[in-house]
Write a protein that binds this ligand. Sequence first.
Ligand code: FAD
Length: 406
Amino acid sequence: MKTVSIIGAGAAGLMAAEILSQTNVNVTVYDAMPSAGRKFLMAGKGGLNISHSENFITFLTRYGERETEITPYINVFTPTNLCEWIQKLGIETFTGTSGRIFPKEMKAAPLLRKWLHQLRSRGVQFSMRHRWLGWKNNNTKQLIFDTPTGEKIVNTDVVILALGGGSWARLGSTGEWVKILRENGLNIETLQPSNCGFNIAWREYFQQRFASQPLKNVCLKFATFQKKGDLMFTESGIEGGLIYAASSLIRNEISKNNTATIFLDLFPEKTEIELLAKLCKPRGKLSVAQFWRRQLNLEGAKAGLVREILTIEELNSPEIVSHTLKNLPLILLSPRPLDEAISSAGGVPFEELNADLMCKKLEGVFCAGEMLDWEAPTGGYLLTACLATGRAAGFGVTKWLENSPN
Ligand SMILES: Cc1cc2nc3c(=O)[nH]c(=O)nc-3n(C[C@H](O)[C@H](O)[C@H](O)COP(=O)(O)OP(=O)(O)OC[C@H]3O[C@@H](n4cnc5c(N)ncnc54)[C@H](O)[C@@H]3O)c2cc1C
């Protein structure tokens, strides 16, 4: 019987194992960590957003520049298929008001437990605490692992690499594989933070007063991007779902021009003229802070942000303040480090792979999941593509073994 080694026990690797467990091959999943699915479990902490129910065409556009490459894999494992798959594991799903799809219990642990149980019952072996170091003498059929009992060589017919990106390294995805694959002749796009926060040079007062405070219901405008949502101030800058959604555009702008200026509309439900009318009312003996609070309910972090941007003279100009409330500029200096990001951009380019996700330069080596060069916003798109590409790699291996002469 042929031997398939899957390195990486995350969403992509486990899905590949699931496909192969239904065929006549020996499957072993290796992982550097002591247990499987650590990032999957972390993703479930605030509610495991596994996919999205929006119109399928819109769904596919979320993969941006890589929509064309990702589409074939999601076409055959759509959000509907994904929900059916979860339901077969005995987990119910529900769709939130935003269209995001979650398991009913929200957490990832019950799903992962059932999934691993099913894989084991189908004969999949798990070898944890096995850190892949590369191939022996460039032979892709001989894997080198660092294990608690020393270095180990494993012979295999095929390998699926599902090693994740480079964020949250403490959960296992360290990105060390980039060097190994480059040394084996693959062009790998450098891993970069995606769905990440950004650094801003706050003044000390703002930093001390407003770090960790949310900025609710604002509209973020950057180039063609325009979306309402919430942000969070941090000591070093800004983070939160709204900025994550624009992070790839902003990151690209920073790498071209060193900084990126975003604009915030702090009152998306009001026009500038309405704001101006309120600010033109007589102030009497009220301080600026009291006047803003009374006229516009403008206080706390929102008011702090306006004070951070404008000079004292400008704060007294109703025209300048009303304009700023609708178009507050923030200069973003750099993305936060990759390790803090929700996901990675960069990785193995699709140009290095055939349609079954096998490396064109390395026969019998397949890749899947976040380590491929695509990115998407949060909203369930990340896990959907990891599962879909893991599935494709599993089928790719089956096809390759059928056609392989030895
Ligand atoms: C806080 C957080 C919340 C998230 N929330 C969501 C969400 O709600 N919805 C969503 O769609 N996505 C979410 N994501 C992203 C999603 O979890 C990931 O995109 C997805 O889990 C990646 O799956 P993967 O299988 O490609 O890689 P991973 O899950 O990272 O698995 C890779 C595995 O490879 C192992 N490995 C790496 N290198 C080696 C080596 N050299 N030797 C052996 N093993 C190795 C690692 O230990 C790891 O287990 C979240 C991410 C984070 C960090």
